[in-house]
Design a protein around this ligand. Structure first.
Ligand code: SF4
Ligand code: SF4
Length: 94
């Protein structure tokens, strides 16, 4: 499971310290080198066991920036989020 930061990220930094599992890296460390922050999907647990909802998305000021992505084998994920939302990259905060 994972959430994903899209390229509309303004690299404000509001999300990174909210992540309980240090899954987020800043634009300098992103493997995409696209000026956006990045979520390692093999680290992100969708805040399961930590917060009621993804803390990064709650903190993000950029509407629609953080979206649902595919479930990753072996990782915790929010089972109330359907495949429809994941496959269409629906914003976590709508
Ligand atoms: S959903 Fe939670 S665990 Fe995943 S990147 Fe955001 S803050 Fe970190
Ligand atoms: S809070 Fe949103 S806009 Fe700011 S760095 Fe994180 S993903 Fe990008």
């Amino acid at each position: 499971m994972s959430v994903k930061i899209t390229d509309i990220c303004i690299a404000c930094g509001a999300c990174i310290d909210e992540c309980p599992v240090e899954a987020i890296v800043d634009d300098d460390d992103s493997p995409n080198n696209d000026g956006a922050y990045f979520v390692y999907n093999d680290k992100c647990v969708e805040c399961v066991g930590h917060n009621d909802a993804p803390a990064c998305a709650d903190a993000c000021p950029t509407e629609g920036c953080i979206v649902w992505d595919a479930v990753v084998d072996g990782q915790a994920f929010r089972d109330d989020i359907g495949e429809d939302k994941r496959s269409s990259h629906t914003p976590v905060v709508e």
